[in-house]
Ligand binder design. Structure first.
Ligand SMILES: [Fe+2]
Ligand SMILES: [Fe+2]
Length: 314
């Protein structure tokens, strides 16, 4: 089921797209003389057309003015954000000229590395400030109706500038670039395997994974106490062999529906010893929606059911 987008989802999705372009751009510039100027220039075009002409304009023309109308001081965070948009624009035009020169004379100007680093730093910080400070602040002062109106204005604006499916076109473009440059960021690749294992084991949920052929490949909390007993001998066996006979038809039905795409999730809950155990299954799919397997999450949710009121960090 498609979830309805809010004005904040709309802005934050833009940021994600811009960040993905920044990562690829940084990598391209880091190649120095080996840089492909056409890729770098295309990314600049994206950052100018979508990042500035679309995203920054949605903020400048609709979002920021509404924040001021609802009580943010004119010289406060909005003024800082506007100033940063200006700096982004200046950096981009400077960088664009340097790349264009490189394209003509093939001499790499070390200043390009420096200016790119400054630009990327500024833009990443800007996105962080908006996502983590300004947008939450805005959420507190804008009404539900303000949010609905904003989203409507964003959509109208995008449509008038970029036509139908403007966002999707740019999102497809970033996908294609990532494919071409191998630039897609996999954050897990930067972590040691034992850190990933310990991180998963630190969570009070037990995960296990069966691949697209129903073979059990992985479970967390290997040598730790688990809600349901599991042993290494299940690895490499089909999931049907790990379930009691009477529930196998249900397992098969869920997996078949996930494979054909009619189901993404299944969940169950049972009383088990002194716990209230929630068991859920989620289809794992690649970017194109192809089924890659199923992850199971087992969780004692009794401690959550007992919670009352609120406990806040701040
Ligand atoms: Fe901004
Ligand atoms: Fe923004």
């Amino acid at each position: 089921m498609e979830t309805i987008q809010s004005y904040l989802d709309n802005l934050i999705n833009d940021h994600t797209l811009i960040e993905r372009a920044l990562v690829m751009f940084e990598k391209e510039i880091a190649k120095g003389e080996q840089m492909n100027p056409d890729i770098a220039l295309s990314l600049i075009t994206f950052l100018e057309d979508y990042g500035d002409e679309c995203h920054n304009q949605k903020e400048e023309q609709f979002y920021f003015p509404l924040l001021l109308e609802r009580g943010l001081p004119p010289m406060g965070p909005v003024a800082v954000m506007l100033e940063e948009h200006k700096s982004e624009r200046n950096y981009l035009s400077e960088i664009k000229q340097m790349i264009a020169k490189f394209k003509i004379n093939n001499t790499f100007n070390p200043q390009l590395t420096e200016t790119t680093a400054e630009y990327v730093e500024l833009t990443k910080n800007h996105i962080w400030k908006e996502n983590d400070i300004l947008y939450p602040m805005g959420k507190r002062i804008l009404s539900t109706q303000d949010g609905v109106d904003l989203l409507h204005k964003f959509e109208e604006f995008t449509f008038s500038r970029f036509g139908q499916d403007g966002y999707m076109r740019y999102s497809d473009m970033i996908d294609a670039f990532e494919h071409q440059t191998g630039g897609k960021v996999n954050m897990l690749a930067g972590l040691q395997l034992d850190v990933i294992t310990n991180m998963l084991d630190a969570l009070p949920v037990e995960l296990s994974f069966v691949d697209e052929n129903d073979i059990v490949r992985f479970y967390t909390h290997q040598n730790k106490k688990k809600i349901f007993h599991r042993s290494l001998s299940v690895i490499g066996r089909t999931v049907q062999k790990c379930h009691p006979e009477k529930s196998v038809h249900m397992v098969n039905k869920i997996l078949a529906e996930m494979k054909e795409g009619s189901r993404d999730k299944a969940d169950f809950w049972i009383n088990f010893d002194s716990m209230f155990v929630h068991i859920s299954y989620y289809a794992v799919r690649d970017d194109k929606g192809n089924y890659q397997g199923c992850v199971e999450m087992v969780h004692d949710i009794k401690p959550y059911r007992d919670l009352e009121g609120e406990k806040r960090l701040l």
